[in-house]
Design a protein around this ligand. Sequence first.
Ligand SMILES: CC(C)(COP(=O)(O)OP(=O)(O)OC[C@H]1O[C@@H](n2cnc3c(N)ncnc32)[C@H](O)[C@@H]1OP(=O)(O)O)[C@@H](O)C(=O)NCCC(=O)NCCS
Length: 413
Amino acid sequence: MLATNGVNGPLKGIKVLDWTMWQMGPVATAMMGDMGADVIKIEALDGDAGRAVRRAITLDTGLVADRNAYFESGNRNKRGIAVDLKTVEGVEIVQKLAEKTDVFVQNFRQGVAERLGLGYDTLREINPMLVYGSASGYGPNGPDSNLPSFDGCGQARSGLMMSATPAGALEPNRVTQGASDQMGAIMLCLGVLAALVARSEQGVGQKVDSSHLGSNMWLQGNGITMSLLTKGGKFGSYERKKAANPLSNLYRCKDGRWVQIMHLQPDRHWVPFSKVMGMEEYIEDPRFATMDDRTQNNTELVEIIDRHFATKTFDEWDKSFREAGDFIYSRVQEIEELQDDPQVIANDYITTFDHPALGAVKMCNHPVTYSETPAGIFREAPELGQHTEEILIDELGYDWPDIERLKDKGAIL
Ligand SMILES: CC(C)(COP(=O)(O)OP(=O)(O)OC[C@H]1O[C@@H](n2cnc3c(N)ncnc32)[C@H](O)[C@@H]1OP(=O)(O)O)[C@@H](O)C(=O)NCCC(=O)NCCS
């Protein structure tokens, strides 16, 4: 019988072996844990390198009780075992676990798993219905498939950096917080979930590969395909002062708060927008009569709208927009502001979790809500090797003398 972790999420009853490190692999399996899967994280005896991350750009990740914000974030909802996979006994433990698992996930450099006896071809012999998820920098095939990769490499190679770079900037820009790792993780999780459906509907186990390159191309997939369909049509960088559609642009309010207006049917919104902005004198102005006219005279119109936005604070505009009708806009926020955003609070997008070592903490929650099988944060990230004995004894039938023997051999912590 499958062990479950007592959580009624959509993946209740699914067991995941999580041999991952850093962010891309761990976040994929943390999402499965959010959804109620029973996730066992396998670490080397010196731990996932992510435990040692001490700084994320300017943010100090260190927490009390020797905890680490980077590791806590990517490894919630997991139990953990520490196994030296360079011992025969260690590999045997993981192979035995793989026999009983539904999903196995790893994000080591291509070839590492095969070298240690944990490649797909070996594990499918042991468990033919296994869903084997693997993440790499550049995909499973091709000249660079074996190259190591971190977040920035994915952003660089996929075009994401240049997409995030303002026109005229002399240096490429980078989206912070491991966005490319996060995207790789989301796609890996999605692939594994689809393979679980294929397993139940078609009776097949299989290997699922995601990569920084493929995932971050897909993040921009609409643009890439539009460029391809238009035979290399260039997207160009966003230029606020020369926005092709000034009704879909960024403006600064009197209090310094930026607002993104997003009227993609500008002819529908031109008159009501001009009225709410107090720009009635421009409604019949031939320079701005149609979308094409406004594109033609965009710099003048952006300057006019700039001047008007500068007359009221964001809250005043917000009130005016809500009262006057149907406008599409959002304030521009810093991530530190999100925890106070009533909309975030109402949807529990940031949730409070009672961490045994840290106390009540706020964390970014699973992003999807399920009406019948809720996802969430149920368990803190494991300490290194915290559940090794419990798992070996309860799940694999080892006894205490076995545990002592394995410790003596250096196979477990
Ligand atoms: C992340 C990355 C750059 C790290 O590279 P690295 O530190 O050189 O590590 P590798 O993946 O090459 O190898 C991992 C090593 O740890 C060892 N290892 C892993 N788990 C182990 C365990 N439980 N016990 C013993 N050894 C273990 C492996 O055997 C390997 O050592 P070896 O080369 O001597 O066999 C690389 O793994 C990578 O590119 N992965 C794919 C893309 C990715 O996920 N990047 C991270 C995004 S957050």
